[in-house]
Write a protein that binds this ligand. Structure first.
Ligand SMILES: NC(=O)c1ccc[n+]([C@@H]2O[C@H](COP(=O)([O-])OP(=O)(O)OC[C@H]3O[C@@H](n4cnc5c(N)ncnc54)[C@H](O)[C@@H]3O)[C@@H](O)[C@H]2O)c1
Length: 254
């Protein structure tokens, strides 16, 4: 079977996290070269790089803080030098601080917005600026959350960052539509991994409550998120842009 993304390259932030790793593997399985970036040191990337090489795709890792615009530009340059023009970008890096509006410090609040919102802006703008220069088509996927539309009072900074990401995605989608660059957001509910796991480690009883609260009565796996992210980057898609792919098992219907 022909691989959907052969000879294309994707840039993924937060690529060493649970969802980031699954996304990297899902792109590789469709033949894409993979430029990984994360704040973690290079040695942490070795197992994933080996997995991607075993699948048979070119790959590259850069240690980068997405909240630093200049560092993001350098990451993109290094990725292009190694893998060629990047035509797909997945803005996935994020952090979460469990602290209500009157507990969170000013530093924690602005750090969360700098990483989750500014960081997504930096990488999406860097990649799409290059695509505009080259008059090339491409895809942007922002990894958002259903927390963008439901009040989560224990993680207000995270929720505000994801609400901002939603409007960033729509603004960018409108601006880039005439250039054939499709911009979309995926908004998962409770994923049994990563940031939710961080929350559940502090309150283990919450995990089963989350499953029971979800109308489909199942938590999401990182692989299920990854499959939808890849689908949003289908090069044949010329119409789905500015959309929110809500994959929350019906949570936001409640
Ligand atoms: N886990 C869930 O339930 C869930 C639900 C909805 C949305 N999401 C979203 O999925 C995405 C991935 O989250 P995850 O659950 O895999 O979490 P994770 O913690 O496993 O992954 C996040 C990754 O981002 C990296 N990172 C953090 N700060 C960074 C920075 N400044 N620069 C570069 N990299 C940085 C971390 O090192 C980590 O590898 C996030 O955008 C998150 O908001 C997760």
């Amino acid at each position: 079977m022909k691989k959907l993304l052969k000879e294309k390259t994707v840039l993924i932030s937060g690529a060493l996290g649970d969802i980031g790793r699954a996304v990297a593997i899902a792109f590789a399985e469709q033949g894409a070269g993979v430029a990984l970036g994360d704040i973690q040191p290079a040695e942490k990337a070795e197992p994933l790089l080996n997995e991607l090489k075993a699948i048979g795709v070119p790959c590259h890792y850069t240690q980068v803080d997405v909240s630093d615009a200049a560092a993001v530009d350098s990451w993109l340059q290094a990725a292009e030098a190694a893998l060629g023009l990047v035509s797909m970008v997945v803005a996935n890096a994020a952090t979460v601080t469990i602290a209500g509006l009157y507990q969170i410090t000013a530093e924690q609040w602005s750090k969360e917005l700098r990483v989750n919102l500014d960081g997504a802006f930096h990488i999406a703008r860097a990649v799409t600026s290059r695509l505009l220069e080259k008059a090339a088509m491409g895809s942007v996927v922002f990894v958002g959350s259903w927390a963008a539309e439901a009040v989560h009072s224990h993680i207000p900074a995270y929720s505000v960052s994801k609400a901002g990401l939603r409007m960033l995605s729509k603004c960018m989608a409108l601006e880039l539509a005439p250039h054939g660059i499709m911009v979309n957001e995926i908004a998962p509910g409770y994923v049994d991994a990563g940031l939710s796991r961080t929350v559940w480690e502090q309150a283990p009883e919450q995990k089963e409550l989350a499953r029971l609260r979800t109308p489909v009565r199942q938590l999401i796996t990182p692989q299920q998120v990854a499959r939808e992210v890849v689908r949003l980057c289908d090069p044949e898609n010329r119409h789905i842009t500015g959309s929110v792919l809500l994959m929350d098992g019906g949570l936001s219907l409640l």
